[in-house]
Design a binder for this molecule. Structure first.
Ligand SMILES: [Zn+2]
Length: 139
């Protein structure tokens, strides 16, 4: 139905408008580090330390899953923000990639819908034309 067609076309147009901003996130040059940062809170074990009373020591740990097996690495405090930026950029890149995959799937679904609607119209038009075709010559 043409009602479907215009709805599919409108949705496809909306997706088309999302694409440039999404692709922009892949055009950056920032280095990416596959990993994530988390805060580790723990006791050091000294019975007189404040951590024994519940004020745990906090350190920022990099969960690094680059080459080889995953590792937990504690960067020196002055490097934390640099490493954080690398992993943040990586996470954003991966999120954009997932978004792109979702968008791609939606686009293909819409395209299939558009194809079905347009084929239906084509068939209808062809049936009408066919009525006016001269009879098939016989040998
Ligand atoms: Zn302690």
């Amino acid at each position: 139905m043409s009602h479907d067609l215009s709805s599919f076309r409108r949705q496809l147009h909306e997706l088309q408008q999302q694409l440039p901003a999404l692709l922009q996130s892949f055009l950056g040059r920032e280095p990416l580090l596959p990993g994530s940062m988390y805060t580790l809170r723990r006791r050091c074990g000294k019975p007189t330390c404040h951590c024994a009373r519940g004020e745990l020591h906090a350190s920022t740990v990099l969960s690094y899953r680059g080459q080889g097996r995953p590792q937990n690495i504690t960067p020196p405090p002055e490097q934390v923000s640099t490493v954080q930026k690398l992993t943040d950029d990586y996470r954003q890149f991966r999120q954009a990639r997932s978004q792109l995959l979702r968008l791609q799937r939606q686009v293909v679904e819409l395209i299939d819908g558009i194809e079905a609607a347009r084929v239906q119209e084509g068939e209808r038009r062809f049936q009408k034309l066919r009525d006016s075709f001269p009879p098939h010559p016989r040998r």
